[in-house]
Design a binder for this molecule. Structure first.
Ligand SMILES: NC(=O)c1ccc[n+]([C@@H]2O[C@H](COP(=O)([O-])OP(=O)(O)OC[C@H]3O[C@@H](n4cnc5c(N)ncnc54)[C@H](OP(=O)(O)O)[C@@H]3O)[C@@H](O)[C@H]2O)c1
Length: 282
């Protein structure tokens, strides 16, 4: 079993902890909260649906804890500042990392990449661990490449009280589609086409009391395609974290969720295929 440490046992970390406790592949040896936390020294069974007596520690004793328990892997759901303090201490000991925490600046992300270089560890950086959302992103990119002249509308519905949601997802979908439309347009201009296929990608966020969703609609002159992802439980993040952890345990390097789900590879092959397709068409 993989000796695992969980950093952060807030809303996301708690769901992940339950998932790890129920898995045969991972051995949850430590749960770490913030220095001075009232949770320090209390058993995780006080907070989770488990009978485990594992005591929660805090980040002040992380190095000691790591030496004693010899973690192989750490999963992080804290804050960017906490990650940048804790991750180097673990990387130095050769611990592989799955970072689910959100909100890193480009500079902070560079620091995470440097850890991978400096300590030759494996790291999955996954601001969105939901498997279905990553699939939606990949499918939407594929459609955008095949029918770049269709208008795109992205709708995101989020529960205002649901902090596990990702307002950045709609922006990521929009950005990816814009990049594809721009690349296809340039390619066609280069080949002598005059049609203007660059249409505006619009997106909106709706409040919802129920489970959130992301919907992408492609509209052509005589047809529409809609791709919808609805999140039914916060466990989607935990399932993604487990997949990422299993992926990175024996690898070195910096990876994304697209790598974990083999979507990056599919996307690359498809990009090459569509480039050839456009050249043949022209
Ligand atoms: N990648 C994804 O798909 C995904 C999904 C959900 C959430 N997230 C992200 O995960 C992060 C956590 O979200 P959340 O909703 O669980 O937040 P949260 O409920 O506020 O929990 C944060 C946790 O971090 C701990 N913490 C704070 N500072 C720490 C430190 N210096 N060392 C160790 N632990 C520390 C806190 O400890 P105490 O318990 O002692 O306060 C708490 O347990 C956010 O960035 C969120 O956006 C990502």
């Amino acid at each position: 079993m993989i000796k695992t440490c969980l950093l952060g046992m807030g809303k996301a970390g708690s769901v992940v902890a339950e998932k790890i406790l129920n898995s045969y592949e991972f051995d949850l040896l430590s749960v770490v909260c913030k220095p001075g936390s009232q949770k320090t020294g209390t058993p995780i069974k006080n907070y989770l649906n488990t009978d485990s007596n594992l005591l929660i520690t805090n980040a002040d004793s992380l190095v000691e804890e790591c030496k004693r328990k010899r973690f192989q892997l750490a999963i992080d759901f804290t804050t960017p500042e906490a990650t940048l303090k804790n991750a180097p201490l673990l990387a130095e000991k050769g611990v592989h990392l799955v970072i689910g925490t959100n909100g890193f600046s480009n500079h902070q992300l560079r620091q995470l990449k440097d850890l991978v270089q400096d300590y030759r560890i494996g790291l999955v950086y996954a601001p969105n661990l939901a498997v279905g959302i990553n699939l939606l992103l990949s499918i939407v990119k594929t459609i955008a490449r095949l029918i770049p002249n269709y208008q795109v509308e992205i709708t995101e519905a989020e529960n205002p009280s649901e902090t596990l949601s990702h307002s950045g997802t709609a922006i990521k979908i929009a950005d990816d589609i814009k990049i594809i439309k721009e690349a296809v347009r340039k390619n066609r201009y280069k080949l002598g086409h005059r049609e203007d296929i660059s249409k505006i990608v619009s997106f909106s966020t709706l409040p919802t009391e129920k489970n959130g969703f992301h919907k992408v609609r492609f509209t052509g002159e005589s047809e529409e395609i809609e791709i919808l992802h609805r999140s039914n439980s916060a466990a989607i993040y935990a399932e993604g974290a487990i997949k990422a952890a299993a992926f990175i345990q024996n690898l070195k390097g910096f990876y994304h969720m697209e790598d974990v789900l083999l979507l990056e590879r599919m996307d690359r092959d498809f990009r090459l295929a569509t480039n050839r397709l456009y050249l043949n068409f022209n």
